[in-house]
Design a protein around this ligand. Structure first.
Ligand SMILES: NC(=O)c1ccc[n+]([C@@H]2O[C@H](COP(=O)([O-])OP(=O)(O)OC[C@H]3O[C@@H](n4cnc5c(N)ncnc54)[C@H](O)[C@@H]3O)[C@@H](O)[C@H]2O)c1
Length: 364
């Protein structure tokens, strides 16, 4: 079979850390081109993966005959224009999160991809964490009974250091909400389902970071009611002093139901903590072997840092969906639904009141 030709558009941090090593584990693919507006970044990526075809203009990349799919890993403002151009050219698209600048853009991307019949995927990478996958499996198979509460926290300590384009509204759309909480809003949809209403808040403590103006929030919180009556409490911050900033910093998700509590915490050890009615403490539950990699992934889970290696399964999922001509998980629809929640939270914070969450595409 001919290899799937992939181009990476945006060759900064996440491409070097996730997409290049992830695609290197997919023998059905060939990276045919790299694109970045910054020549030095382009050169670094080219050296890392040995791909010589380098472009600074993505419209030129899309003209290549050997191109089947693109990975978009640019600042958020460029996701929609690049994805729409790629879809128009008939290419499959894996796009970084948050999918777009707002839900209008995200829905346009979803509808365009569906109409064109191309594969579309949002890079909600934390769906691929083995312990989180096992948690989702247990919840879906009824282990917690009736869901009561979802509790999510992402705490990092960035102080006043620069966040680059992430601290600029016209580049990022939102701050902490899109950067860190978007992944966890996706958890909420997966674990509990659609939200009915929410109240959100955003706050910026620092108007400058690294000597440059910041016009976005460094803290956000949402309280939500789900359609099934469960409640959700979400908090995410870049200013949790002493917590560190890496993948090892506090990343917590707890669900409480009538039959069990399950606690997931990002950790190098694949395990959950579970509480049963009346037990009074949480027991440690190891993640079964079959959850250590994504179904079908050729990755050896014992290789590499467990805080990072699961991320490569995201690229496998994209490629596998192209090969098997089936929908990607998670799709642009998942990305658009998170964006609808984010838009509602921003509006709620602005208007200082509870709002209903209105999803444009009905839930099945
Ligand atoms: N899924 C995850 O866990 C995860 C983690 C980190 C970042 N991200 C997302 O990935 C995206 C990129 O983040 P990053 O941390 O790699 O940022 P980054 O700044 O390190 O890289 C972005 C790159 O895009 C390039 N770029 C800017 N304009 C361009 C254009 N017109 N054409 C081509 N390239 C252009 C920049 O030069 C830069 O090299 C963001 O959307 C971010 O939210 C996702």
């Amino acid at each position: 079979m001919e290899k799937i030709g992939i181009a990476i558009i945006g060759c900064g941090g996440i491409t070097l850390q996730n997409h290049l090593p992830g695609l290197a584990l997919c023998p059905q693919t060939r990276i045919v081109a790299l694109c970045d507006s910054d020549p030095a970044t382009l050169q670094r990526a080219s050296q890392q993966c040995g791909v010589a075809a380098c472009y600074t203009d993505y419209t030129e990349v899309l003209k290549r005959d050997d191109l089947n799919a693109v990975v978009i890993a640019t600042p958020n403002v460029l996701h929609a224009p690049i994805a729409l151009a790629a879809i128009k050219a008939g290419k499959h698209v894996l796009c970084e999160k948050p999918l777009a600048m707002n839900s209008g853009e995200a829905l346009e991307m979803y509808r365009a991809a569906e109409t064109a019949g191309v594969r579309h995927m949002t890079a909600f990478t934390y769906r691929f964490v083995p312990a989180f996958r096992y948690m989702a499996h247990l919840v879906k198979s009824g282990a917690i009974g009736q869901p009561y509460h979802l509790r999510v926290q992402r705490f990092q300590d960035w102080g006043q250091r620069s966040l680059g384009w992430r601290q600029v509204a016209r580049m990022a759309g939102s701050g902490e909400l899109g950067d860190m909480l978007s992944h966890r809003l996706d958890y909420a949809h997966l674990l509990v389902g659609q939200m009915r209403s929410l109240v959100g808040d955003l706050h910026r403590f620092h108007d400058a970071r690294g000597g440059q103006a910041s016009d976005l929030e460094d803290w956000t919180a949402i309280i939500a009611r789900f359609a099934n009556a469960a409640t959700g409490v979400f908090e995410s911050s870049k200013l949790v002093t002493g917590r560190g900033e890496s993948a090892r910093s506090h990343d917590y998700c707890e669900i409480n139901g009538s039959e069990a509590t399950i606690v997931y915490q990002m950790s190098a050890t694949p395990e959950l903590h579970m509480g049963r009615p009346g037990s009074g403490n949480l027991e440690t539950v190891p993640v079964p072997r079959e959850f250590l990699t994504w179904p079908g992934s050729p990755r050896d889970p014992s290789q590499g840092d467990p805080l990072f290696n699961f991320r490569y399964d995201q690229n496998f999922e994209f490629v596998d969906a192209i090969v098997k001509q089936r929908p990607c998980v998670p799709s642009f629809l998942d990305g658009a639904r998170v964006q609808e929640v984010m838009d509602t939270a921003i509006q709620s914070a602005r208007e200082r009141r509870w709002l209903d969450v209105r999803y444009a595409v009905p839930w099945k």
